[in-house]
Structures are given as C-alpha cells and as structure tokens.
Write a protein of this length. Sequence first.
Length: 280
Amino acid sequence: MTEQQEKEIFFHTGMAKTGTTFLQYRVFPKFEGVYYIQRTRYQRAIRIIRKSSHPRIFLSNEFDIQFEREMKKFSAVFPQTRTLVVFRRQDGYIASQFRRFVKNGFRGSFRDFFDLEEDRGFFKKKDLEFMRYIRILEESYRLKPFVFFYEDMRDDPERFILDMASLMRVRIDMRRVNLKRKHSSYNEKQLRAVQYVGRFVDLKEKTSCRNRVARFFCRLPQNLVRYPTLWIGGLLPASLYSQEPLIPPGELEKIREYYKDDWQACHEYARKVREEVWTV
C-alpha cells in the first residue's frame, strides 16, 4: 500500500483575508481525531506526513499568487488529499487586500491595485475568478474540494466551524474555541498616514527571508516605522487627510456585479459537493 493510500489527508489551502489566521490558531488546533500540522511547519509538511504514524492528518497554509504552484507540488506526492478552501466575495476580498497592501507599503491608488476596465492593476481580473481556483484543485487532486465562505464564518462562526468539522468527520468542543475578534481593521486615517510616510520611506515587506526568525529581522526596520505611523495616524484629526476615500465610490459595486456569476457558481459547487458527500 502506498503512502498516499495509507493516510487520510486534509489540506486547508487558505486564501488571504478569509479568516485564515483565526482558523489556524483558534480552531484547527482544537479539532479532535486528526493530527494538525501548523502553518509554521508547512515547509516540512511532506516530510512530517511521510514519517508520521497518524492515519488522519490536517495541514493549513495561506496562499495568493503561489496557489497553483503549491497545489501541484503537494498533489504530486499526495494526490488523494481532500482540500478545503474559503472564499470571500470579490468586492470585499479585493478591498481588504488593498488595505492590507497599503499597510504594507503599497504606494499606488486602488486603480493601480486592481483595474477592472483595462486589467493593468497589481491584481489581475483572473485573480478574482474563484472558480478558476476550484478547477486548479480539481485538476490537482482526485477528491473534490470542500468550499466554504468567509461571510458564513463572519455571520455565524460556530455554525461555520461545526460544518467544517462535520465534513472532515472530526470532533470539536466549541467551549474551548475563542470566537472574539482579535482586532479591527486599520481605518482610513491610519492607512492614509502610511501612504504619506511611504513616499519617503520604503515600507514594503521583505519576503526574501524564508526562515521565521530571519524574516522578523528583515522586516524590523520597516515595522519600526509602520506601526508607530499607524498609531499616530489614528490620533490625528480627520481634517488633515484627503477627503477622497481610498477606494472610489462605486468601484466595489462594479466588481461585485462583474463577478456575480462566478460567485454564484462557487456557491452551487459547494452545495453539490456537500450533497455528494452526505449521500455516500
């Protein structure tokens, strides 16, 4: 019997700004009946799985542009893996991504970040086609992915968690799960302050350091400027800032309308996979 057949593997292929950190640190470690590989050990996951005697294994990491590459890399070794992915409706997803990138040193406008009309932005139109990610998972693995939605987790986190646990056939004691929000998003004043300081100081996060400790020190100079700027920026009066919103009015509505069929298709896909699982 091959290693692929011996173990039942679940892989949460997290996307940014979909509650991934909350799940990885507050929920997944509480799952009973499965061996959890934390995101900090992801680079060694294949080796850990091969050496582990646990029959059921669960791992999680967060991906953006490297999604397809990482899915194919892992599936080449464990093609029988059952993947789990959480999507956030396109307008909310790209807005949250933009704010994250501004906080981390992105100097351009929202149109520079995502350009729905001419597709010249940092994020491309295909990056918000979520059925494309589902097709990548279907092509990479033999089992269909379980699809979840950030909005469900936001509105009813307990039901969301129990649904995920049920599909994975694991147990969880919800009394042990902290459902309180960790922190709120940075407001527009704070992000405007970072944008202004970013004209003079390069605040872009350094990603070349792979080691966790080395990455901390690589990013330390930027963080010593970034976080005091965010704090001070939140204290300054709003009159000091441009009254133009970071995201132009109407842009998110256009994005939501453009991707409405894709979003609906994702919901239909999630429903059909659940029906298939429950009828087996």
